[in-house]
Every structure is written in structure tokens, then in C-alpha cells.
Design a protein around this ligand. Structure first.
Ligand code: CO
Length: 166
């Protein structure tokens, strides 16, 4: 580190601006989603490695996927299997036959505000409209081109209200 570096204060200001820009959304990592060619075998592998029971499997026909979750202490692993012949996962798995990380999900409060801002900034979305995700919350996806080859899902969550008094 160069002592004469002129931007001594940049660390603080970067920290502050990051805090400010995410302040109204309270971003948290919701899950890491992994596309798998065969759900049953994938669940067996993850269950055996983690020694954890999976959630119930769920079909999301509007997304063309079947999902199952493993709850970790601070996030979830979502396994995704193609559902139906138009599943968007089919081309992804054709390129990644072993399976691969498909997207990460960032939970956000005030999802509508976030969505409007990103549309305004002309950030490339994977689809124009919001949909309902596996947890019954509204979600939308950014195209992998928008963020360094990584698909990002934003999931709207309600603000957690702290109980002040019993
Ligand atoms: Co997801």
C-alpha cells in the first residue's frame, strides 16, 4: 500500500455509498441455484454430502423447472431440474452436462422500486415482467450479460418488523 496514495478516504466513502445504495433493499443472499440433469440422483448426492434433509420438491411450470432446497445456516442451495420440453434449463444443461451453478438469488425489500430503477438504467433483464418464485414471492431475473456472466434473481421479501413489545 502506497502511503502517498491520494485516495486515503476512498475506503470510507465507498463503504458509505454501498450502504446507502442498498439501504432501502437490505440485500441478502437468498440461495445459490444449481442446474442438475437428474433431480433424484442430485438430491441423493447433496443429502449424502451435507447430511441434511431436502425440502419437498416443487414443480414451477411457469419457470419450466422442478426445484428442491437444502436449508443451510445462512442461505439455501436450490437444485433445479428441467420441467417440460420448453424448459430454459435444457440449453443450459446441454452446455453444462454435469450440471452447474445456474443463478444466485438476492433477496430484496422494495422489489418494485428496484425493478423500476433497473429498467430505467436499461439493465438487461432476462424477462420483462416479474413472476412468482418458489417461495410465493415476486421475482425477476437479470440476463447474465448484465452482471459478468452470472444470472441474478431478485426475490422480493417483506420487511421484517421487530416486535418492540410483547
Ligand atoms: Co432461484
Amino acid at each position: 500500500m502506497n502511503k502517498s496514495s491520494p485516495d486515503n478516504s476512498s475506503e470510507n466513502s465507498a463503504e458509505n455509498s454501498a450502504e446507502n445504495s442498498s439501504g432501502c433493499h437490505n440485500f441478502r443472499l437468498g440461495h445459490v441455484a444449481i442446474a442438475v440433469p437428474a433431480m433424484k440422483q442430485a438430491i441423493e448426492r447433496w443429502q449424502s454430502v451435507l447430511n441434511l434433509a431436502p425440502s419437498k420438491q416443487q414443480n414451477l411450470p411457469e419457470h419450466g423447472v422442478r426445484v428442491a432446497f437444502f436449508d443451510l445456516e445462512n442461505t439455501r442451495i436450490e437444485l433445479l431440474e428441467p420441467l417440460g420440453e420448453n424448459s430454459p434449463l435444457l440449453s443450459f444443461l446441454a452446455k453444462n452436462p454435469l450440471g452447474a451453478i445456474h443463478h444466485i438469488c438476492i433477496e430484496a425489500q422494495n422489489l418494485d422500486t428496484l425493478h423500476s430503477r433497473l429498467v430505467e438504467q436499461k439493465v438487461q433483464l432476462a424477462s420483462k415482467n416479474k413472476a412468482i418464485g418458489a417461495h410465493g414471492n415476486p421475482v425477476f431475473f437479470l440476463h447474465p450479460k448484465a452482471l459478468d456472466g452470472t444470472m441474478v434473481e431478485f426475490e422480493g421479501v417483506e420487511k421484517k418488523v421487530e416486535k418492540i413489545d410483547g
